[in-house]
Design a protein around this ligand. Structure first.
Ligand code: HEC
Length: 245
């Protein structure tokens, strides 16, 4: 049943966005070529996400290699558990335990960037607000009634959301998001927090397809080869057809 509801939400969410109900569109600009941004994202991920989410398709040594980190920098600088360098980035929390704690199993985040898209992830991370009526004390504009608490609240601060609530002619209740109000400032400024969210999204994007980095570093060479090849073929053609009228 929950799956059906989720499916319905996913198929209708563009309409919700259009109606301005739950989602404020703020696009994200990531740069997968920026090793610094990916490192920042990896660090935030290890610190704040790995406690609950695994990334079954990723290994620490692979991430270290791609982000140009030594084994020591990776395992002593970023990784907080006693995992081994060659381990997969899984967690020890069992599904049953997670269900008991959160009512839901935190999904594996290996391919979440493909499933949700970068703009969705970014908005999910920046659109948390305090909600005394929810079980976790938090709610989210982009994933309403999310069972994931706002794990980055110390960085972003505590905000409440103001809604314009009214009934239309047919008596249906509408809830239009107005704005956020900072209740307690966080450790980061608004811009710093957005940058952190952007880098985290960048890391999730890279993780969903690590080969993107390699492919992108080949790209200029492939283009160069193709243009050289086309040029040679052209010269050859001119040469062959010279005497044919
Ligand atoms: C305390 C445990 C916990 C931590 C820590 C945590 N999450 Fe979650 N996360 C959850 C749970 C539970 C869900 C399921 C939420 C739902 O579907 O209502 C979830 C869902 C998500 C989803 C939505 C998946 C989907 O498509 O519905 C994303 C994306 C996500 N988490 C990213 C993150 C990121 C990034 C971090 C680190 C900043 C993080 N989570 C930290 C528990 C956690």
């Amino acid at each position: 049943m929950k799956k059906i509801i989720l499916l319905m939400f996913l198929t209708t969410s563009p309409l919700l966005m259009a109606a301005g109900d739950y989602y404020i569109g703020e696009k994200v600009q990531t740069n997968i070529r920026s090793t610094e941004s990916l490192r920042n994202g990896a660090k935030t991920y290890m610190n704040y996400c790995m406690g609950c989410h695994s990334m079954d398709f990723q290994r620490y040594n692979r991430v270290a290699e791609d982000l140009e980190l030594s084994e020591d920098e990776m395992m002593n600088g970023l990784v907080l558990t006693d995992a081994k360098f060659t381990d997969k980035m899984t967690i020890s929390m069992g599904d049953a335990q997670a269900k008991e704690w959160f009512g839901k199993t935190p999904p594996d985040l290996s391919v979440i960037a493909k499933a949700r898209g970068l703009d969705w992830l970014y908005n999910f991370l920046i659109n948390y607000y305090a909600d005394p009526n929810s079980v976790t004390g938090w709610n989210n504009l982009t994933l309403p009634n999310a069972s994931m608490p706002h794990v980055l609240w110390e960085l972003q601060g505590i905000r409440k959301a103001n809604f314009d609530i009214y009934d239309d002619e047919d008596g249906n209740e509408h809830k239009d998001f107005q704005n956020f109000e900072m209740v307690e400032a966080g450790l980061l400024s608004e811009q710093e927090y957005k940058d952190l969210a952007r880098d985290l999204v960048n890391f999730l994007d890279y993780s969903s397809e690590p080969a993107q980095l390699i492919r992108m570093s080949y790209a200029p060479w492939v283009l160069l080869f193709l243009s050289l090849f086309t040029f040679m073929a052209y010269l050859l053609k001119v040469n062959y057809f010279r005497d044919i009228h």
